[in-house]
Design a protein. Sequence first.
Length: 227
Amino acid sequence: MPDTFTANYNLTKPEPGSNGWDAKLNSDLDIIDANIKSVQDAADANALVNAGKAPLANPATPGNLTLLNADGSYADSGVSPGSNGGLDANFLQGNDSTAFAPSVHQHNNLDASTAFSAGILPISRGGTGAVTKKSAREKLGIYSGTIKFDGTPIRLPAGWSSIKNSTGAYTITHNLGASNYDFTAMCQANGDMNAVSQTPGANSIVVFTWFADAQVDSTFTFNLIKD
């Protein structure tokens, strides 16, 4: 019985017991493989279309990277691997980074009590709560100042005041409302730097400036750290 052929693809069905049947079978398998591949390629392209993405109809020029746009379409990037000292900086895993990372962003619906306020990051969110160094220190509970030997303030936090009570004794009135703080001060008397003593209170601190075991009038500088 001579060879017969299939109805659709004209594949050879070798005559039983004939010589050369293996070559005919190999040819049939090549035809089957090519047709299955063609069907699969068409199915893949159709899936992209159904997903709203154009199939890769125009791939990049050989040697160039293919660019995947934000809308799912493809284009020739015009960039080859290794150019500009490596992969071009505009590409992330073969994609144009501008499609994924905007150059600017905006925070909306921010509440001043819980989020950003006019560019100031609150302490509760890891910021200082202020825009100047002095204000930032005070927001963090760190205060400093300088009192002249006659009791007049050279530098004090806002709302504070100072007076001279008697020789070498001064009162600094503050608005902290508590005495739970650390206070240190130094004065310059007769050319030497000397520590001062103090009595803290809820609304004021009495400071005593000393030299050679005696109270003397002296300009002094202090730092206060509130718990």
